[in-house]
Ligand binder design. Structure first.
Ligand code: PYC
Length: 413
């Protein structure tokens, strides 16, 4: 990647390369149909082609490339989860994240920042200590630290003992990072299409034809497609697409809003999260503050912005950084989070023998993009999920094997 960038920088006439070829005609049959051209669907297509030599793939999306939750998250990457199953999974993702720019020969702006989850109460400190111990046991760098260490890492944070919720400590996770979300999607899309994968934007799936326990055809707004295997990776619409295939998912969908400020002088290196104050905040390389808080109070599929969210979030942000009162917001947006009862995703096989699922990401779909693509490609190629995905299987809700990850949430629910 370094050499590629250098060559590009020194070239006198730089001819832009389109990320994707024009949309092809839809064929009547594919080995694999992937529903959803977001980060997960594109990553799965990429690894199917690269690792398993399967290239007769159509990736379908009712909208445009990565225009759903891939474009609507806040780009945070971490692996400091609560359960061993979660930590193992997201740790594998971190390892893939670190190599992605090289792998794509394309800068995804992956940036190590460190991640601080603040504790404002004894009960939160206890959960942080628990997470730190699970993390260390699994080889993930996390530590409970006190106010003096927090001050060193984030000198502008309000650490006054007079604050409404004084900061008592924090879970410090040095590998916590950010990456440019749309660059990740472009990297996977380009790498997949270069290997022969077809990406069909504006192609909506309207139903399925089945025979016995198999999906035989995917019905779309551009005609029907015969298929060998199907993967659904449609965060924000998992229940609806699943229902078309006869799957009942224990998911309710809730909007999650975020916003970004105008650029300002760099002052914030780490990512700061406070569950108690329903706030997370980090500063981009351009100086903007990316901020989010709690999910909306009622389920729905809206991606609109509300004044209520902005007012609540800003009040909390100013408790952490009182000097931000005059800063203007540049943009506000919303995404849709598919919440499961245990706050863990659903990945792997389904009762349909050739239909695979990647759903239920709640508020952590972005950080799972590489590992989910890598491991779902393995699942689709071999017809069976690898061990690392087994805890997240679809039937776990029937067998009461939940993977309770609520305590690792950065977002208030
Ligand atoms: O889990 O780190 C997180 C997160 C931040 C914003 C949404 N989820």
């Amino acid at each position: 990647m370094a050499l590629g960038l250098l060559k590009q920088g020194l070239r006198r006439s730089y001819k832009p390369q389109p990320v994707l070829p024009p949309r092809p005609e839809l064929k009547s049959s594919y080995d694999v149909v992937i529903i959803g051209a977001g980060g997960h669907g594109l990553a799965t297509a990429y690894y199917l082609a690269k690792e398993h030599g399967i290239t007769d793939i159509a990736v379908l999306d009712k909208g445009y490339l990565a225009g759903g939750n891939t474009a609507r998250n806040t780009a945070i990457v971490r692996s400091n989860y609560l359960t061993p199953e979660g930590v193992r999974f997201y740790d594998e993702s971190m390892k893939l994240w670190e190599g992605l720019s090289n792998e794509f020969d394309f800068n995804i702006q992956f940036s190590h920042r460190g991640h601080l989850t603040l504790a404002h109460a004894d009960s939160t400190l206890r959960t942080m200590r628990w997470r730190a111990e699970v993390n260390k046991h699994m080889g993930v760098d996390s530590e409970l630290i006190g106010p003096e260490d927090i001050r060193r890492l984030c000198p502008h944070l309000n650490l006054s003992e007079e604050a409404r919720w004084p900061v008592l400590g924090a879970l410090y996770h040095p590998p916590g990072s950010t990456a440019r979300h749309d660059a990740v999607a472009w990297g996977y899309a380009h790498g997949a299409s270069k290997r022969g994968v077809e990406i069909h934007q504006h192609t909506e799936v309207t139903g399925f034809r089945t025979e016995g326990d198999r999906v035989t055809e995917v019905e779309t707004t551009r005609g029907n497609i015969r298929c060998g295997r199907v993967l659904q990776a449609v965060a924000g619409a998992s229940s609806q697409v699943g229902a078309m295939a006869g799957l009942r998912l224990p998911i309710h969908t809730v909007p999650l809003q975020a916003c970004v400020s105008i650029p300002m002088m760099p002052f914030l290196d780490p990512i700061i999260v406070s569950g108690t104050l329903h706030t997370y905040i980090w500063q981009t390389g351009r100086g903007e503050l990316v901020m989010g808080g709690s999910s909306d109070p009622v389920p729905g599929y809206m991606t609109r912005s509300t004044l209520d969210f902005k007012e609540g979030l800003m009040a909390h942000v100013m408790e952490l950084f009182p000097f931000l009162g005059e800063v203007r917001l540049n943009r506000q947006w919303g995404g849709m989070t598919d919440m499961t009862p245990d706050f863990s995703p659903v990945m792997g096989e389904t009762p349909l023998s050739n239909y695979y699922i990647d759903a239920g990401w709640g508020t952590w779909g972005f950080k799972a993009t590489p590992v989910c693509g890598y491991r779902m490609a393995e699942t689709v190629a071999k017809g069976t999920a690898p061990d690392i995905l087994k805890p997240f299987r679809y039937e776990r809700f029937d067998t009461f094997d939940q993977v309770g990850e609520r305590g690792a949430a950065s977002v208030g629910h």
